[in-house]
Design a protein around this ligand. Structure first.
Ligand code: APR
Length: 260
């Protein structure tokens, strides 16, 4: 495991030779944009809540105003955040002439990859920006009118909007604990990993499946896997291309080394 702020020659060589790259990202990818991760105890309004007790359909049914307020405060935080140097480096890596394809498979529900210009982003856990009706599943387009900006930042309870089609409660468009991944998105993520010659794993603790199964699936078929994380991660195999580095430091440094 390299702990320098410059990538190993092996990682640079693997990246230079790669034509089809898949990037699996987690909350650590957005940490340097000021978005709290899940398991590093966040600060601010909601720090005392355990996301795993709020991010369930049962919690929403029990107290929709509190769960909706939690997601609205997260959406507010994302709207005020900007993509960091790591997001931008991935977009630049995808744009290199040598890169035939670069697909981002993200567990994040923010839109920072897209706002950094990423073209191929698969959201395994959904998105804060695609709410739908809890009852009939209809997409809800009225988010911007749902609550004023200030309200979203501070309110601990916010009544969710109602579905224009069936009057059901609008829920966040994220995958809750106990819910399955969006099938078509998961199948496409697996297909991309099957075709990849390099998998970059960035900013994830690797504690949540099915996403955490992708690095081993890649290794089993001989794909090179590089884990970038300032802390040790369960996804590191300890011998490969792992790099103990923050995303916003490591990815620009990797890109710079490729252009040397
Ligand atoms: N750069 C890279 N990695 C970082 C950075 C950084 N600047 N800061 C923190 N990390 C790492 C942490 O060391 C940790 O390993 O990011 C990881 C974040 O782990 P989690 O908080 O567990 O987030 P994640 O892995 O994305 O969680 C997966 O769990 O709660 C569910 O659905 C939720 O998508 C989420 C899933």
């Amino acid at each position: 495991m390299s702990t320098h702020t410059t990538p190993s020659e092996t990682l640079v060589a693997r990246c230079r030779a790669a034509r089809r790259i898949v990037v699996l990202t987690g909350a650590g990818m957005s940490a340097e944009s000021g978005i709290p991760t899940f398991r590093d105890r966040g600060t601010g309004l909601w720090a005392r809540f355990d996301p795993q007790t709020l991010a369930t359909a049962e919690a929403f049914q029990r107290d929709p105003d509190m769960v909706w307020a939690w997601y609205e405060s997260r959406r507010h935080g994302v709207s005020r955040a900007v993509p960091n140097a790591g997001h931008l480096a991935l977009t630049a890596l995808a744009a290199r002439p040598q890169t035939k394809s670069l697909t981002i498979v993200t567990q994040n529900v923010d839109d920072l990859h897209e706002r950094a210009g990423a073209q191929a982003v698969l959201h395994l856990h959904g998105s804060l920006f695609s709410p739908r009706c809890f009852d009939c599943g209809c997409e809800f387009k009225g988010l911007s009118e749902a609550a004023s900006d200030e309200n979203r930042q501070t309110a601990m309870r916010l009544p969710p909007p109602r579905c224009p089609a069936c009057d059901g409660l609008i829920r966040p468009g994220v995958v809750w604990f106990g819910e399955g991944l969006p099938k078509a998105v998961w199948r496409e993520a697996q297909r991309e990993v099957e075709r990849a010659d390099l998998l970059l794993v960035i900013g994830t603790s690797g504690l949540v499946y099915s996403a955490a199964s992708l690095p081993d699936a890649a290794r089993r078929r001989g794909c090179h896997v590089a884990v970038l994380n300032p802390d040790a991660s369960t996804l590191s195999d300890g011998v490969g291309l792992d790099w103990q580095v923050r995303a916003a430091v490591g990815l620009p440094a990797l890109l710079a080394a490729l252009d040397d």
